[in-house]
Structures are given as C-alpha cells and as structure tokens.
Design a binder for this molecule. Structure first.
Ligand code: EPU
Length: 420
C-alpha cells in the first residue's frame, strides 16, 4: 500500500491538463453491455476504478482493451450474472444492472455495500427499474432482476437527498431498449448524466432532455457500436483550482469545461480567488486576502459534494468562520479528524462543519479515508509546514489520474513511498 510524502510550502505554478471524467467513464463502460458491437471510448483516465470496471465487464464475457487512454469494449456474448466479490467492492458497479436488464432481460448483481461517506441505498434504482416492469428480489446478497418485457413508463426518481446520478443512469440504460416511451421526472442533471445520454444516443438511442430534471427516452429495438470521447473531469479541475488558490500559486487548467464548474468558481471568487477564463483555459490564483465563505453541497448545478473536502482545506486557511453544509452524503466528514491532526480547527454540528480558519497547519501522518478526503489531505499537506505523510492513497488512485506526477510538474514536493 503506497503513501504520499508531501512537503509543504511550495506554491503551484504552471499548466495542468484535465483528464477524462471518472464518473462519466464508469457508467459509459457499463453502457457498452447494451450492444453486441464493439465500442470505443476516448479520453479514458487511467484509474484503478476504470481497471476494476474493465475486470467486471471481462467477467461478464466482454473483451476489454485499454491503451493510450482509449478503451475498446466488445460485449459480443455476455452473461447476466456478475462476479459477487468483484462487484461488491466498487459502488459504481451498480450501474451494470440497467444495461444487463435492458439487453438480457435479466441480471444478478451483488448489492454494493455502504461506504465511508454514508449509507448508499439503491432503492431509487430499483424503484425505477420496477416501474419499467422488472421483478426484483434480494437473494443471498444479490439483486436478482428479471423482466420478460420492459415497457416505458412515467416515473419519479427524486429521493430524500434529491435526485440520484447513477440511479438516473441505470434507468436510462434499461429504458433505451424498452418498448415505448419512458419519462424520468426529478432526474439528476449532472454533466455525467448528459455524457451518458450522449454516448447512448451515439449508439442509436433516442434520449432527450438529459441535463434537465425531465428526461424522455423513446425505446428502440437495438443499439449499435459507438466511438465516443468523454467529458473532462470537473472534480479533478475543481481540485487543482482549489490547490492553486490554497498554495498561493497560479495554475492554468487546460482542457476543462468551465461551464461545468460554475458553482465551484463562483465560491472561489466569493472567497477572493481570481479566476480568469480564456476559451476553455482557466487560470486560478489567490490574488489577495482570502475571505471566509459558507458552502452548501447540492445536486448539480449546486456546489458538488465531491469538492467539499477540498474546499474545506481552503477555508481552514482563511481567517474567520466558514460553514460547510453537506446535503448529499450525511457522513462525508471523515477528513475533518485528519485535518485536525494538521492543526485545523473544525467542529461538526449535524450536517455542517464549522471551520475556524486561519490556524497554522503543520505536517503530520494522516490517513486517507475516501477519494475526495484523500485529495483534501494532499492539498492540506501542500500548505502545511513540514512534511505530511498521507497513508492509504489507493483511494486517490481510484479517481485521480497521476495526481502526484501532475502536482510535481506544478512544483509540488510530493513523493510516493511504499508503506511498511
Ligand atoms: N440515494 C438514495 N437512494 C438511491 C440512490 C441514492 O437515497 O437509490 C441517495 C444517496 O444516499 C445520496 C443521494 O441520494 O444521499 C445522491 O446519491 P447518488 O445516487 O446521486 O450518488 P451516486 O450516483 O451513487 C455519484 C458519484 C459520486 C457522487 C454522487 C453525487 C459515481 C460513480 N459516483 O454517486 O462520486 O458523490 O454521484 O454527485 O458517479 C466520487 O467521485 O468521489 C463520488 C463519491
């Protein structure tokens, strides 16, 4: 298990190219199961989650090749039963349920477990698939779904915390091969949902309205192969933007989609960070005294939960009181106790973290608990005095392509070390 040794104090300077979006690629990989023809996906980040999803597709019978950020999947002949342990390990693998049901009219997929960021139910996924005619039972830890016929329907997918991203994807992927028209109300509006719809439409699906709360899917009898490039990762872009501001450096993000980053950039500007846009390039620098801000995570186009931990580090640096309220995953504050080891003063009150910023941070050994918490700890290490050892960084490798190399090119003093 690797760790990262981060020496604080070096501001980040230079350009960084943003990789493809993890949360687009995973459901798009699952969508390749909908056709017997070969598919090519471009700008695929080299991540352990992508490798893992590739193994899941292979275990279902697909041929998968990955080279130079291009992934080829040929799901000529597949089976509907996923490997229990393989699927159980990764939450994102639940998105094979919809495509298996769409193509084979049956699926047996292990239930994804809860995880460190809070309970991760799949009731909305199942409700949506049932509305299309699937019979679903939970048996021996598996979700067992059958649907001799899938028939389009009007359905509402809003939950306690708002819409569901992968749930919307799952229902969309089953509905593309259903008879008739499906209308999903309270659909997730995230750019990754729009990207999945874009891929499905390139395969011959008829989806309109993706990106709005109402998605309409006119079922077709079959889909064909497709060649598609995924969108850049807005959370990776947000992470580098926050790191640039936190280290008092100046970083230009290349190849990002500024139109997917409005909420993050708006909060950074409110905090006093300078953001300049030249076409698709975004240059971020601190440019003066930071101001405390309050942030509430919300479904898109609100502030993303996946950038909450990173933003907390910037607020910990900023003199004054900032409040971050987490509305998507109630327990997503595992980074707080680790940031405290570096000297941050943060108290949790229900769904909110109260950050008394401006205390000096000094390096310490810390433990990464999930992907975005790990990114936050790395940013904290970059600004803390002395050396921070971030342990268990396999979380980071799940979702950030070459993050240490990218940071080193920007001037960070960061090294990978094998954990004893
Ligand atoms: N929810 C339910 N029932 C469901 C599904 C979700 O109550 O059936 C609740 C969840 O518990 C949560 C809220 O709805 O409170 C939103 O969850 P959502 O389903 O949208 O999350 P997800 O689709 O499982 C994706 C990303 C997450 C990201 C969330 C929210 C992938 C692979 N994962 O998860 O990404 O935080 O959307 O934007 O796309 C990450 O990249 O670090 C990450 C965790």
């Amino acid at each position: 298990m690797d760790s990262l040794l981060v020496k604080g104090g070096a501001p980040l300077h230079g350009e960084v190219t943003i990789s493809g979006a993890k949360n687009s690629v995973l459901p798009i990989m699952a969508a390749t199961l909908l056709t017997a023809e070969p598919c090519t996906i471009r700008r695929v980040p080299e991540l352990s989650d992508v490798k893992f999803m590739g193994q899941i597709l292979t275990s279902l019978g697909a041929e998968v090749k990955f080279e130079d950020n291009t992934l080829s999947v040929h799901a000529g002949k597949i089976k509907g039963v996923g490997d229990y342990d393989l699927i159980r390990k990764m939450r994102g693998s639940i998105c094979i349920l919809g495509p298996l049901l769409g193509r084979l009219r049956k699926a047996k997929v292990s239930l994804p477990g809860g995880c460190v960021i809070g309970s991760r139910p799949i009731d909305l996924h199942l409700k949506g698939l049932q509305a299309l005619g699937a019979k679903i039972s939970i048996n021996g830890g598996y979700v067992v779904a059958t649907a001799p016929r899938l028939v389009g329907n009007d359905l509402f997918l809003g939950g306690r915390s708002g819409p569901t991203v992968l749930g919307t994807g799952n229902v969309m992927m089953a509905a593309v091969l259903a008879e008739g028209v499906t209308i999903i109300e309270s659909a997730a509006c995230e750019p990754e949902v729009v990207d999945l719809a874009g891929f499905l439409n390139t395969m011959g699906a008829k989806i309109s309205g993706a990106g709005s709360p109402t998605i309409t899917i006119a079922g077709v009898s079959e889909l064909h192969g497709a060649d598609y490039e995924v969108i850049p990762d807005r959370i990776e872009a947000a992470t580098f933007a926050i790191a640039a501001a936190a280290t008092d450096g100046e970083v230009t993000l290349l190849g990002s989609r500024p139109d997917h980053l409005h909420a993050v950039l708006d909060k950074l500007r409110e905090a006093g960070v300078k953001v300049e846009r030249r076409g698709p390039a975004l240059t971020v620098r601190r440019g003066g005294r930071l101001k405390p801000v309050d942030v509430t995570t919300l479904p898109y186009a609100g502030f993303p939960t996946d950038a909450q931990a990173q933003m907390m580090v910037l607020m910990a640096l900023t003199s004054g009181i900032s409040i971050i309220t987490e509305r998507i995953f109630e327990a997503r504050f595992m980074h707080v106790s680790e940031l405290a080891r570096l000297g941050a003063d943060i108290a949790i009150e229900g769904p909110s973290a109260i950050i008394r910023g401006g205390k000096p941070l000094s390096g310490a050994p810390v433990m990464a608990s999930d992907l975005r918490a790990s990114a936050a700890l790395v940013i904290a290490g970059l600004i803390a005095k002395g050396t921070t050892l971030v342990k268990r960084i396999y979380h980071l490798d799940r979702g950030y392509e070459n993050i240490d190399a990218k940071l080193r090119r920007l001037g960070a003093r960061i090294e990978r070390a094998a954990e004893s």
